[in-house]
Ligand binder design. Structure first.
Ligand SMILES: Cc1cc2nc3c(=O)[nH]c(=O)nc-3n(C[C@H](O)[C@H](O)[C@H](O)COP(=O)(O)OP(=O)(O)OC[C@H]3O[C@@H](n4cnc5c(N)ncnc54)[C@H](O)[C@@H]3O)c2cc1C
Length: 395
């Protein structure tokens, strides 16, 4: 039986570990934290991410937890429309999912055949020609035919194999929360959640997870919001961060103020936005009978403005699983690199361009941005949407 060690039990590691185990591999999943725990936020899955989850055999579970996300357009803080909402064809419409629901589905997908070891922080990787790939946490060394590095943006394995890829700040920080329905504000007629509001270096996006009426169903429901601001993450406690957000977004279109007021500081998740520059020169490193591959944020951490990080991780996992079913092990490692690098590079390029548009500051830059948004953003979004829609799992 072929064996794999997957390092990191985030979205990427869980999805690839389950896929390999379902294909008959003996899988050991190593996680640094004492417990495998998702963030209490949500994630937008574009059609490519949904298609990848289906290819991974997780489509049925997704149906029960996903809420379609219609296009809500883009406004300025004064309410002026920069981009009107568009009707999206069903095959281009993203869905929004609570990360805890997604996590439950991925854990259920592990089945009985994955050995999950928590509290194991991998420090080194061995990937020399002629030797079996292995990882070590300084106390024990675990060998396998294949090592999958799914250990996130700060990946130790990538640092050793692709030191050229460095982690840099994207120049902004993000705050996210889900307000459960029982605490969500009642909105007056005509006021809705959804869409994007774009100011000078500030951005606010919101989405409904299910609807108030469906509270009590199997999925976690509520209102998900993301606020992004140019600058560094804040050192203050969450209550003070929320007060700052209220000040920054004061006067922005309703219901932004109401959503910030209804957010419990304990539910607030703050994160500095970071990315890899340049991207690693390779995603596959043949070694011994197999090799090492990079997957998820370990391979291509990018600004989140296109909502593609997790989607690409699912694409990575579905692609690797398909290639391993079709090819001999070292060939699959090489093919994974060949297939995934150009795909990730395209999406990262688009995410960076979107990030630059969204972070425009200063009067002239803003005027140029607003003028361009009507043409540039739909064009950019269409290009992104086309790349997104085009992806198919390898047959
Ligand atoms: C504000 C924001 C909004 C986003 N919104 C979206 C969205 O709407 N749609 C979308 O597709 N993507 C979105 N993303 C991106 C998405 O969240 C990430 O791309 C995705 O979660 C990455 O998953 P991962 O498993 O690769 O990495 P991680 O989630 O970072 O998981 C890595 C795991 O590895 C473990 N680990 C790390 N080092 C070691 C080690 N040495 N040994 C053992 N274990 C280790 C960690 O503890 C962790 O559990 C967003 C990101 C941000 C910041």
């Amino acid at each position: 039986m072929r064996s794999a060690v997957v390092v990191g039990a985030g979205i990427a590691g869980l999805s690839v570990a389950g896929a390999l185990a379902r294909s008959g591999w003996a899988v050991t999943l190593l996680e640094r934290a004492d417990r495998v725990r998702p963030e209490p936020t949500a994630v937008v899955l574009w059609p490519n991410g949904v298609r990848a989850l289906r290819a991974l055999g997780l489509g049925a579970g997704l149906e029960a937890i996903a809420t379609p996300l219609p296009d809500g357009g883009v406004r300025r803080p004064d309410g002026h429309w920069l981009v009107q909402p568009r009707a999206l064809p069903a095959d281009r419409m993203p869905v929004v999912v609570h990360r805890e629901d997604l996590h439950d589905a991925l854990i259920a997908g592990l089945g009985e055949r994955v050995e999950l070891r928590t509290g194991v922080a991998v420090e080194t990787v061995h990937a020399e020609a002629g030797e079996r790939p292995a990882v070590s946490d300084g106390r024990q060394t675990i060998e396998a035919d294949l090592v999958v590095a799914a250990d996130g943006v700060d990946s130790r394995i990538r640092r050793r194999l692709a030191p050229e890829a460095t982690v840099v700040s994207s120049g902004s920080a993000a705050w996210r929360a889900v307000i459960p329905w029982y605490r969500a504000p009642q909105l007056p007629d005509g006021q809705t959640v959804g869409g994007e509001v774009l100011g000078a270096g500030y951005r606010f996006v919101s989405a409904s997870l299910g609807d108030r009426g469906s509270a009590g169903g199997s999925a976690r429901g509520g209102i998900y919001w993301v606020a992004t601001a140019a600058g560094a993450a804040r050192p203050e406690p969450p209550r003070t961060q929320l007060a700052l957000l209220r000040r920054w977004y004061a006067g922005w279109p309703a219901p932004i103020g109401e959503l910030l007021d209804a957010t419990d500081p304990a539910d607030l998740v703050q994160q500095e936005i970071r990315e890899l520059r340049p991207l690693p020169r390779a995603y596959g490193y043949p070694a011994g009978p197999g090799g090492v591959v990079l997957l998820g944020d370990a391979a291509h951490a990018m600004p989140p403005h296109l909502g593609q990080g997790a989607c690409l991780a699912f694409e990575d996992a579905a692609t690797l699983a398909a290639l391993l079913r079709e090819s001999r092990l070292p060939d699959a490692v090489t093919a994974y690199d060949r297939v995934r690098r150009p795909r990730a590079a395209t999406m990262v390029r688009q995410a960076r361009r979107m990030s630059a548009v969204l972070q425009a500051r200063g009067r002239l830059a803003l005027r140029a941005r607003d003028a361009a948004l009507g043409t540039l953003t739909p064009r950019l979004l269409n290009t992104a949407a086309a790349s997104v829609a085009q992806w198919r799992p390898p047959s």
